[in-house]
Design a protein around this ligand. Structure first.
Ligand code: ADP
Ligand code: MG
Length: 328
């Protein structure tokens, strides 16, 4: 069936038909606005991210179901970086008329399966025809006790800088896709990142991070945001950067500089946070509990600016500072 035959309301009905009644949703899809029940004493957190065909994704590389999962994951990652609990989400789509109905079916299947994994319910959205490519906008609503919400602004001199998982895989995966490779762990991480919701939440619940952000634009760019908002600097030891075995094996075929993707590549969706040194044992314990690797890569300094050191103690000069729309 074609989208023209189905129409806007038929399409919304197809998505809505997949959504089962969820906890806390008084009024879901189908009314002028959704009504949800907040948890008493919690503040609500709102985040939205847009995915634009040709800018954020290429339909030659991803299938619709995986794209649906990623559209929600990138938003869940922002909620994770606040140390909050994701609860509800809205989906807005601008869809080219030629797109097959099956595409929208598979996309919403992926989106809703990721929603079910993380306990977030689809409560509404907007649907329109697009003149250009596909545009996907997802808004996630989360909540947390106000005292546990983690901002970017709390890093203090002497704090250690930590990162979850490994860095550089996603940008390596994108380069592999552009060279025609379709498989492997880096490609999978690029197309289908898993947001670090449980780790973000546990860190916040234990009041460990002084500041936190998710790495979407590259380590240097995102650490830069913490430093700016916290009015501090940092020194990083590049030998400590967590790199996967796959990354170490494949990277030389793509860049001369081992650190280029880990420092400047985007979309790793790992957590970057700062914590006082006395929290290190608690972080190690949490690591075992959540199964999420966490690595200390440097420390926050009084002196402004970011210095990067190689294993031999010499200073490393970075090239590009990360992905920035409108630039480059
Ligand atoms: P209105 O014209 O009042 O804005 P719409 O016709 O845009 O209403 O939407 C009707 C209902 O369908 C609303 O509850 C809206 O939240 C929901 N909705 C529209 N598009 C989507 C979508 N892509 N995903 C989920 N819900 C949607
Ligand atoms: Mg509307």
């Amino acid at each position: 069936m074609k989208l023209q035959e189905l129409g806007e309301f038929g399409l919304i009905g197809r998505i809505a038909g997949r959504v089962s009644p969820q906890k806390g949703v008084r009024i879901g899809i189908g009314d002028d606005a959704a009504a949800v029940e907040p948890t008493a004493g919690f503040v609500s957190l709102f985040t939205t991210d847009m995915l634009v065909e040709g800018v954020h994704f290429d339909l030659a590389f991803t299938d619709p179901r995986t794209l649906g999962r990623k559209a929600l994951s990138v938003n869940l990652s922002d909620i994770a970086a606040m140390g909050a609990i994701p609860r509800f989400f809205l989906l807005s789509l601008a869809i080219p008329k030629e797109l097959p109905v099956e595409f929208v079916d598979d996309f919403s299947l992926g989106l809703l399966e990721r929603g079910a994994e993380f306990g977030v319910s689809l409560i509404g959205g907007d649907t329109t025809a697009a003149k250009g490519g596909l545009v996907i906008s997802v808004t996630v609503i989360g909540e947390q006790s106000p005292g546990l919400v983690v901002a970017r602004s709390g890093a203090r001199p002497g704090d250690r800088v930590w990162v979850s998982g490994t860095l550089g895989d996603s940008s390596l995966g994108l380069e592999q896709l552009q060279r025609g490779e379709r498989d492997g762990p880096a490609v999978a991480k690029h197309l289908d990142p898993l947001p670090r919701v449980a780790a973000g939440l546990k860190l916040a619940a234990a009041s460990i991070p002084t500041a936190m952000i998710d790495i979407s634009d590259g380590l240097l760019a995102d650490l830069g945001h913490i430093l700016e908002l916290s009015s501090t600097g940092a020194r990083l030891s590049l030998a400590e950067l967590p790199l996967s075995g796959h990354f170490r094996e494949k990277q030389p075929a793509f860049t001369e500089d081992l650190f280029f993707f880990p420092l400047s590549g985007g979309e790793d969706y790992e957590l970057l946070f700062t914590a006082p040194p006395e929290k290190s044992a608690a972080i190690e314990a949490l690591q075992r509990e959540t199964g999420t690797p966490m690595t200390a890569i440097g420390e926050i300094t009084d002196a402004q600016g970011l210095s990067l050191f190689l294993a031999d103690g010499s200073e490393y000069r970075a090239g590009r500072r990360g992905y920035n729309h409108f630039v480059g």
